[in-house]
Design a binder for this molecule. Sequence first.
Ligand code: Z15
Length: 793
Amino acid sequence: MLTELYSMDVAQSEDTEQYFALGNLVRSYCAKNWSSTNRLYMKKEKKQAYYFSMEFLLGRMLKSNLLNLGILETVRGGLKELGIDLEKIVQIEADPGLGNGGLGRLAACFIDSMATCEIPGHGNGIRFKYGLFKQKFVNGYQVELPENWLQNGNVWETRRMNMAVTVSFYGKVWLEETVNGYMLPHYENTERVLAVPYDTPIIGYGNNTVNTLRLWSAELPAQDEAMDYWSYIQRRNRIESISEVLYPDDSNYEGRLLRLKQEYFFVSAGIQSIIRHYKKMGLSINHLAEKVAIHINDTHPALCIPELMRLLLDEEHLDWEHAWNITINVMSYTNHTIMSEALEKWPIDMISSLLPRVYQIISEIDRRYVEKMAALHSTGKIERTRIIEGGHVKMAHLAIIGSHSINGVAKLHTAILKEKVLHDFFLIYPSRFNNKTNGITQRRWLMLANEPLRELINEKIGNDWEKTLTELKMLKAFRNDEETLKELAEIKRINKAHFAEYVLDALKIEVDPDAIFDVQIKRLHAYKRQLLNLLHILKLYLDLKEDPKTDIHPRVFIFGAKAAPSYTYAKEIIKLINSVAELINHDASINNKLKIVFIENYGVSLAEKIIPAADVSEQISLASKEASGTSNMKLMLNGAVTLATLDGANVEIRDRVGSENIIIFGLTDKEVYQYYQDGSYHSHDYYENNPVLQRVLNTLIDGTIPDAETEGRDIFNSLVNYGDEYFVLRDFDEYVAAQKKIDKLYRDPLTWQRMALINIAGAGVFSSDYTVLQYANDIWDVAYRPDAGELLN
Ligand code: Z15
């Protein structure tokens, strides 16, 4: 292979060539199964599920492909004989960061699990030229750099020019009656964009299934090349900008025109290609819903609904009622947040000028909704739930009205949707609402990221868990087996030492593998309360300054977090954490009892290093605000003990491991809603009445923390004087007490390792295999691996 590609042999080759040679080899190795999977789906006319998502946060694929193909060890051994270290060459691959955080990583876990569970299910999204920005710290401030992940090419993708479709924007549209009585649109002056698909094989684990992730790239259509040279260059740039860059906002809506273009671009391209494929099978469009399910991942692809309507009406000439029926049966929608700032609403002007025909259809959906509901519900409820309201198109309302299923991502989250955030809709469409608790793939997050743990588990209980993660419960039998608990401790110690090496190398910070590794890795957002973590660190610092003999077990606080570039407050928190790190890490009198490690550029590849080394998993969002969380699941699966509020999937983690094996603190969702109702939270009182907290907060403004005056002042004000929106001060005391408990538990190694073991044993239900099987069964009505069905009982 090396010879074919680069006319050189192994001895001459470098890592990069070796990586691409191996990548090409793997791709051709799975090519047969890829086409046979497609042929099988075609021949059997199997119903297909398409997961539409703005983001797919895949992570590197070489090792995961080798694992899923069952050739990881063979290849590792073969390379070793050639004197090549597999670990070294996998690092060459660019980490495709085509997502922001949880939502994008969930999509990546889902496509892995769909292939493994033999679900005919594919991803549809955008091939961004630039992924999520690369984060650097300069003087402690976040600086964003472009992530040019395609620079050295991408071995996994195949460009399929023959499957390109055209997507149209702008222009004028009017309806005219045709001879056979249809009202059909005429367009004038539209801007046409060529959508070119790049397909990536998604390889199932231990089977012959290879599904497809189809990512669209925007290009200038060929006929436009004939125009004036400079207009041509200009137009080409305009068009190519559509798939240029991923918007870096997580759970925060920014109403940019280019973002709306992106949304329509991959929706229209995806649906056109689905219909084209469907018709190739020679089936009537009337039966579309029997063969196609489309899933809308958050509201970003909600234009799927009017776009499918458009194609059914304008291209297939169905009547409205019939088209609407099909559309509802095809579409389903997942809600990922209750935070109001994340809810997408596009100004009417923007949608109607960019997408005139789609806007006509949205208005008609809205008109019919209001008309139909008038007889059944109060005007108040109808006004609150209609799609077009206050000069905007509300995308969540569109998604709900146009789908047969609406799900939340954890039990608590779904309950809050039904009872609070979407209560009106729940009264209107009770049977559409359901829960699908998130999950993670054990392939990437245990088998690949933590090989020593994988081996230990296999030694103890065999490897059935690799396909059926709930089998991990067998580990409980070892809860009092000292030898197993010691082995578990030894593995954790090895992983920590390994990570410590990385920290020393990358950040020049020395950390002790015998310290507690306390990890908070997730996007920087006020509701996730990295500040609560920081205030506790400051308290420990003050305790140690006052009395250097303060008896605490050494701790390394590990943070990984990117802030949206426009999110000033989040960026101030990053700077503050870095300044506190400066203060503490260089204070000799702290005597290495405290260290802060803020990892730069946190993403999938770094998560794979950090998670196996974690002792404590910080899941401390304000109750009701984190829809699910998924790092909580990855960390528990790797034997970390969770320190958590009763939020998102933390509640289900507690139910699995029992209250003795998780540390819970803080307000409940009910209490938070009670505070909202009676308006009785006054954060200033906590500052006034709690001397410890007051002393800690004063460090933000009294010069204790170097080089963070502005940030310290702003953050102090937000907490003390401007209401403390996320109840940080309210939960402070309980958090400190919970941390004390952690310290005490950790000092009793057997107790701690028993907790770790029970967490691993209880993580089985959080496999995304199980999650996608439930989607397949309850929502999409598509087939799955016959023996996987038992997971559903
Ligand atoms: C995102 O990553 C999530 C929600 C959003 O609305 C957006 Cl725009 C991005 C996250 C949730 O915050 C997290 O709790 C959840 O686990 C994840 O989606 C996957 O459902």
